[in-house]
Design a protein around this ligand. Structure first.
Ligand SMILES: Cc1cc2nc3c(=O)[nH]c(=O)nc-3n(C[C@H](O)[C@H](O)[C@H](O)COP(=O)(O)O)c2cc1C
Length: 390
């Protein structure tokens, strides 16, 4: 029997994943001074043990000031490299491809995180050691109402951030990551340049689409110059801004063409982050809700794509790959709910050796368990008397 596409190995440039299941980046708010903690070994490790093909580390800030909260991840110092290496080795040891998403939150920095409704850090937090800091953005426009005003970036800041992306890329490489994604979505700094909802500049980095794309393209060029040719590069975009936004799929396709020319291999099609007052509507949350955007990008550019968004069912995932709508299946919450989803999905799709997605010690014991469960005495209706004296 031919292996379902979901479980066929995926080779891109010099990297081969054991299947097409991608753990989408998930911020954990468990970092210490930007560095990973034991939490991250467990978080990343459970997906590698569970059989995913590519395991993304959460959005990792390229500058200290680019973190959203004090507990967000960063890779802005060389001494952090060994701490990431530990996680990378673990993921590799258990068959996953370790991947990292690099980003900068721009005006979304200096906040308290999702458990506290993402409110800005204030004086109370300062006295508890959680000092607020000045955020930056394309323009002095807050990306969310009621947030403190960011400082509009000068050319010097732009150069610094582009260089920070290049430096964090070098550190990612030294840590052993094999795939890298630039986070250009969800209302963070790159999108704050792309979208006219925030970008009000009248210099070379603002105005028309070409100007607003310049920052994203300079970052991509700087990253690709450091990230080796044989390692895949992804870019996550908000295919449309969000409710009332101004960035459209048409703009995404134009950006994707430029990114492809700069050496991006995969466009990771997400959405949202910035809201405005236009008639643009948010993407309705239905299974595979970003797939139509990824499909449109793929058709227009020939780029490989992935499209996270309520993919939970193995048959649905397989159909998306068979139809050629996407090339990889990116998932976040379903894997958080069930990190062994790959093995369950393989079973549902009749992959005979589905238990081999687990580490060998698990496989051995779980195969024995399957044999025991298949014994006649364990079939419905069968009863086996238990004699405690024999
Ligand atoms: C806990 C959590 C943290 C997330 N953090 C990130 C992140 O660091 N970077 C990012 O691009 N998306 C992030 N996302 C979005 C996911 O990567 C994904 O795109 C989204 O959850 C939709 O996919 P799903 O329906 O499979 O969860 C996060 C989602 C969750 C649930």
């Amino acid at each position: 029997m031919t292996l379902p596409k979901l479980f066929q190995p995926f080779t891109l440039k010099g990297v081969t994943a054991r299947n097409r299941i991608v753990v989408s980046p998930m911020c954990q708010y468990q970092s210490l001074h930007g560095s990973p903690t034991d939490w991250h070994i467990v978080h990343m490790g459970r997906y590698a043990i569970g059989g995913a093909g590519i395991v993304f580390y959460e959005e990792t800030a390229v500058e200290d000031r680019g973190r959203k909260t004090h507990k967000c991840a960063g890779l802005y110092r060389d001494d952090q490299i060994p701490e990431y290496r530990r996680i990378v080795s673990f993921v590799k040891e258990f068959g996953g491809v370790p991947a990292i998403q690099l980003g900068h939150s721009g005006s979304r920095a200096s906040e308290r995180g999702p458990l506290f409704s993402r409110v800005a850090l204030d004086e109370t937090n300062r006295t508890e050691g959680g000092e607020a800091w000045q955020s930056i953005s394309s323009s002095a426009v807050p990306s969310v109402e009621d947030k403190p005003l960011p400082r509009a970036m000068e050319q010097r800041d732009i150069n610094d951030v582009v260089q920070a992306f290049a430096d964090a890329t070098r550190r990612s490489l030294e840590a052993g990551f094999e795939m890298l994604e630039i986070h250009g979505a969800h209302g963070y700094l790159i999108q704050q340049f792309l979208s006219p909802v925030i970008n009000r500049r009248n210099d070379a980095y603002g105005g028309d689409l070409k100007g607003r794309m310049r920052f994203a393209l300079e970052i991509t060029e700087a990253v690709r110059a450091v990230w080796p040719e044989d390692k895949p590069l992804c870019f996550r975009v908000s295919s449309i801004d969000g409710k009332g936004g101004l960035w459209t799929l048409h703009d995404t396709v134009a950006l994707a063409k430029e990114l492809k020319a700069l050496g991006v291999d995969v466009l990771d099609c997400s959405s949202g982050g910035l809201t405005g007052s236009s008639t643009l509507r948010a993407v309705p949350r239905i299974p595979g809700y970003h797939v139509p955007y990824a499909k449109a990008v793929k058709e227009a550019t020939g780029l490989l794509t992935m499209a996270p968004g309520l993919v939970t069912d193995p048959h649905q995932a397989e159909a998306l790959l068979q139809q050629g709508d996407v090339d990889l299946i990116a998932m976040a919450r379903e894997l958080m709910y069930s990190s062994d989803w790959p093995a369950h999905a393989a079973r549902a799709l009749n992959v005979s050796n589905y238990l081999e997605l687990f580490p060998p010690e698990f496989t051995l014991r779980l195969k024995l368990r399957e044999e025991q469960l298949a014994m006649p005495q364990n079939q419905p209706g069968a009863t086996v008397p238990v004699d405690l004296n024999s």
